[in-house]
Ligand binder design. Structure first.
Ligand SMILES: Cc1cc2nc3c(=O)[nH]c(=O)nc-3n(C[C@H](O)[C@H](O)[C@H](O)COP(=O)(O)OP(=O)(O)OC[C@H]3O[C@@H](n4cnc5c(N)ncnc54)[C@H](O)[C@@H]3O)c2cc1C
Length: 478
């Protein structure tokens, strides 16, 4: 059996390690970038860190005593993925600098084409192409006319000096908040353009002491306990957000509110930073230092909406020109661009664009009717939120391997979900989404074009249970 994995981010590395372990060694991991790491290769902005604890944001089979902080910085996370891939000797499967441009299902196998003109033919495709991958650029008049440096947060330009510069940031998501905390004391002036105030959960980010690290090294079982305790704690959060009336949401809201009341001194600024929707409706912000940073004398929070960008800076609707040397677009990602712009053609010539009009849908976010033997990690409508996507990918991979085993044993030649099961699950999913916190009156990247959360709306236990074993009646195997 030959396989292709598309993408060498967290999920692609995981796939390579697990396939290699299972003895399925005839595969290639295609990666369009020049290095592995995905998100953690692309994002290099100052202040980048994970916002779930590092000991949770780790592969369960590669826990490490070496994390420097509770929420370790981006370069360290990237280094972790590189080290794990090297230690498991899977870099040799990776073909860098080659983008898969097309996958076509012909006579029971997938034909792949890459940007370099390379061709491959495989039995199984595992798409690990990422969710927060394609930058979303804002549609603002005059953006191209800006005379200073302007870039998306995931394309940070390290040739540009921000020390002593006047820096503007558009956006107030996790990325913007991390940047504000990291750069405000370095720049001459920091201007944060806010459309929506955020709930900010206070979280200290202490460094692990040498003693703590030594103790983790000496007692690997403590690391395992820490990992599972954190998974359990974050599972509570995952369950809370799917029930907007849950006491946990109220507790989160109270903690964020206390953070705002206790730590923002100026009443006017406090009101400007006060969210007007439920906590966790948008991805919850975790920060040890955002409120401190935005209260520095050289920081300004601008809540007037942006009218246009001019060569000298950003003009807001109140007529003010905010003069800037650097403009950073912390405006997020096209979260529904899954796998694009690859041309994917399934059984009978159906294209992914046809199958996903008007919007992406997948059975358990893993597979698509009429796209046999094609499986996604972190695909559409899956669990997202403030927990570890590594755990999600590990559970999904375990599920996919059970299907692959059925192909490998010859039990089936083609496995894809039935349309009836996919449609029924999707109907149940959109109904369940109605009682989640994501529909309580905010705009967020979780919502699809209808305003329905394009995410897993059930408990994390249900996700674990679904991933335990495929229900073969929901498939239309051949
Ligand atoms: C700033 C930021 C902070 C985050 N923090 C957290 C966090 O704290 N906790 C958490 O759980 N998650 C976090 N995430 C989400 C994060 O994206 C996931 O945790 C994880 O890194 C996703 O891994 P992935 O392999 O699925 O996708 P990615 O890391 O996006 O990797 C996908 C890879 O596929 C490659 N690729 C795509 N298309 C093709 C193609 N056609 N051909 C070849 N290669 C292709 C890309 O180049 C990329 O390397 C964060 C995301 C961002 C952007």
């Amino acid at each position: 059996m030959r396989l292709a994995v598309i993408g060498a981010g967290m999920a692609g590395i995981l796939s390579a390690i697990k396939l290699d372990e299972t003895g399925l060694t005839d595969f290639t991991v295609y990666e369009k970038g020049d290095r592995l790491g995905g998100t953690w290769r692309e994002n290099t902005y100052p202040g980048l860190a994970c916002d779930v604890p590092s000991h949770l944001y780790s592969y369960s089979f590669a826990l490490t005593p070496e994390w420097t902080h509770r929420y370790s910085p981006g370069p360290e996370i990237h280094g972790y993925f590189e080290r794990v891939a090297r230690d498991h000797d899977v870099v040799r499967y990776m073909r860098f600098g080659d983008e898969v441009t097309a996958c076509t299902f012909v006579d029971g196998r997938w034909q792949l084409e890459t940007a370099s003109g390379h061709r491959d033919e495989v039995d199984v495709v595992i798409a690990a192409t990422g969710v927060l991958h394609h930058p979303r650029y804002p549609d603002i008049d005059g953006l191209d006319s800006f005379a200073g440096a302007c870039f998306h947060s995931s394309r940070w330009d390290h040739h540009v000096t921000i020390d002593g510069a006047r820096v503007g940031i558009i956006g107030t998501g996790s990325t913007a908040v991390q940047m504000v905390g990291a750069i405000t004391e370095r720049v001459e002036k920091l201007t944060l353009f806010q459309r929506t105030a955020q709930w900010v959960m206070p979280q200290e980010n202490p460094a692990y002491t040498d003693e703590e690290k030594a103790s983790f090294r000496e007692h690997p079982d403590h690391l395992m306990t820490l990992h599972s305790n954190l998974a359990e704690a974050f599972g509570i959060f995952a369950n809370a957000v799917v029930d907007s009336s849950s006491p946990e949401i109220k507790m989160i809201e109270d903690a964020c509110l206390a953070n705002l009341e206790d730590n923002v001194r100026d009443p006017e600024l406090r009101e400007a930073l006060r969210p007007t929707y439920r906590a966790a409706c948008k991805r919850l912000i975790i920060s040890p230092n955002f409120y401190d940073a935005i209260q520095r004398p050289n920081a300004e929070l601008v809540t007037d909406s942006i009218e246009r960008v001019e060569p000298a800076g950003v003009r807001t609707h109140d007529g003010r020109l905010h003069e800037l040397d650097v403009l950073v677009l912390a405006t997020g990602f096209k979260a529904n661009a899954f796998m694009r712009p690859m041309r994917i053609t399934g059984r009978g010539g159906i294209t992914l664009d046809e199958a996903w009009t008007p919007r992406p849908i997948a059975y358990l976010s893993i597979s698509i009717p009429d796209f046999p033997n094609f499986f996604m990690l972190n695909g559409p409508n899956g669990p997202v939120g403030n927990f570890s996507l590594i755990e999600v990918a590990e559970l999904q991979f375990g599920y996919i391997m059970q299907l692959v085993d059925r192909l490998r044993s010859g039990e089936y030649r083609e496995i894809s979900p039935s349309r009836a099961a996919t449609d029924a699950l999707e109907a149940e999913r959109t109904k369940a989404a109605e009682k989640t916190v994501w529909v309580t009156g905010c705009k967020s990247w979780y919502l699809d074009d209808r305003g329905i959360p394009a995410v897993w709306p059930w408990s994390f236990e249900r996700f674990r249970a679904e991933m335990r074993e495929p229900t073969m009646e929901h498939y239309a195997p051949r």
